[in-house]
Write a protein that binds this ligand. Structure first.
Ligand SMILES: [Zn+2]
Length: 273
C-alpha cells in the first residue's frame, strides 16, 4: 500500500518535472532522466528509488502470487518499482534492476519444473498474446527512454549532484535576474536605474495576482513601497512597458549560464535557433 502510494506520488512529481522541461524546450522531447535533479525538491531520487524498492519487496512477499488478484497486485507493484527506478535516472539503480532481472530469470529457469510451466504456457494462445503485448510495451518504453538514458550515461555525476543542493535559491535568483534583464535593469514605473531593484506584482498577490511573466515587473524599492497593495492606476503610476514572457529562445539564452548542466544535452540545437 505504502509502496504504491509513494511510487505514484514520485511518478506524478517526475512527470511534472518533464512538463516543466517541455515548457522550457517548447515541445515534446525525450524525457530528461534526472537533469540536475530538477523538480525533485524534497530529496535525492536515488533514495526515493531505494525506498520504493524496499517497500515493494515486503509488500510483494506478503501478497505473493497465490491467487490471480494477488498475482496482479504484486506484478503491478513490481512494475511500479521498475518505473520508479527508470525515472530516477540512477545509473546504479538501472544496473541493479537489469542484473536482478537476469539473475532471477536464470535461477527460475534452472528448475526443470519451471521450464515445463513456461513450455506449457507458450502453447496457450492467451499467454502468447500477453507476451507479445508486454514485448511491444517494452519496445515503446525503450524507444521513449533510450535517448534520455544515453544522455544520462554520458552525463557526469558529481557536478550534477552539487547543483541539486544549491538549486532552490539559485532557481529563484535566476527568475529574478531574468525579469530584471527583460526590463532592462530599470524600474518600469519611474525608469530609475539607481535604486535597489525589486520584483513587483502589478496586480498584487493579495488581490489574486499571479506570479506569471505578464504580472511581475522590475520595480525600484521606493516605487514598490509606494504602490503597496494597490493597482498602478490607483496610485497614478504608469507601466512604461507591458510585461510579457521572454521568447522561449531568449529565455533559454538569457538563462543559459544558469541552466543546470544536466539539461544542456537536451537543449542542443535550440540555442542556435
Ligand atoms: Zn521606481
Amino acid at each position: 500500500m505504502l509502496a504504491g502510494v509513494l511510487g505514484i506520488a514520485y511518478i506524478v512529481q517526475v512527470v511534472a518535472t518533464w512538463i516543466d522541461f517541455w515548457g522550457l524546450v517548447g515541445g515534446l522531447a525525450a524525457p530528461p532522466l534526472r537533469p540536475a535533479f530538477a523538480g525533485l525538491g524534497y530529496g535525492n531520487p536515488s533514495a526515493v528509488m531505494t525506498v520504493s524498492i524496499l517497500l515493494t519487496l515486503p509488500a510483494v512477499a506478503h501478497l505473493g502470487f497465490g491467487s490471480r488478484r494477488r498475482a496482479a497486485a504484486s506484478t503491478a507493484l513490481v512494475l511500479l518499482a521498475i518505473f520508479c527506478t527508470i525515472a530516477s535516472g540512477s545509473r546504479a539503480g538501472w544496473l541493479a534492476v537489469a542484473l536482478t532481472t537476469v539473475v532471477t530469470a536464470v535461477a527460475w529457469l534452472l528448475s526443470g519444473e519451471h521450464r515445463d510451466t513456461v513450455r506449457r504456457a507458450l502453447q496457450e494462445r492467451g499467454a502468447r498474446i500477453a507476451i507479445a503485448g508486454v514485448g511491444i510495451a517494452a519496445l515503446v518504453v525503450a524507444a521513449l527512454f533510450l535517448p534520455g538514458a544515453l544522455a544520462r550515461f554520458g552525463a557526469g555525476g558529481e557536478a550534477v549532484r552539487l547543483g541539486f543542493f544549491q538549486r532552490p535559491a539559485a532557481h529563484h535568483r535566476r527568475l529574478r535576474v531574468l525579469c530584471f534583464q527583460r526590463d532592462g535593469w530599470k524600474c518600469v514605473y519611474c525608469g530609475t536605474e539607481g535604486n535597489r531593484l525589486t520584483l513587483d506584482h502589478v496586480v498584487p498577490k493579495s488581490r489574486g495576482g499571479e506570479s506569471v511573466w505578464e504580472n511581475v515587473v522590475t520595480s525600484c524599492a521606493p516605487c514598490n513601497l509606494r504602490k503597496g497593495n494597490r493597482l498602478p492606476h490607483e496610485v497614478s503610476m504608469e507601466l512604461h512597458k507591458k510585461p510579457r514572457a521572454p521568447a522561449p529562445v531568449l529565455f533559454i539564452r538569457l538563462a543559459a549560464p544558469k541552466i543546470p548542466d544536466g539539461w544542456q544535452p537536451y537543449l542542443t540545437g535550440l540555442s542556435t535557433a
